[in-house]
Design a protein around this ligand. Structure first.
Ligand SMILES: [Zn+2]
Length: 80
């Protein structure tokens, strides 16, 4: 199981939204994604059911804790 210590990297992220059930952080300092090892763009964590409708192509990695779904987005992934 992938582990991600949100609190260990909290100071390297910028909180964008916090709804109580879900939080969205922007990755300002190239924190590595715990799933694929590449720096992610945004980190989203939710304990609720959510819909995602990205307005542009975006890749993402998914992990989870006992309580929450963790989503790490990778925008502008360049091929070749
Ligand atoms: Zn990733």
């Amino acid at each position: 199981m992938t582990t991600f210590d949100e609190h260990a990297v909290r100071h390297r992220l910028k909180l964008l939204t916090d709804t109580g059930n879900a939080v969205l952080y922007e990755n300002r300092e190239g924190v590595d994604c715990p799933v694929c090892g590449d720096p992610f763009d945004e980190f989203y964590a939710t304990s609720d059911a959510e819909s995602f409708r990205p307005s542009r192509p975006v890749g993402f990695c998914v992990a989870h804790t006992d309580e929450r779904l963790l989503l790490f987005t990778h925008e502008g992934v360049e091929e070749g």
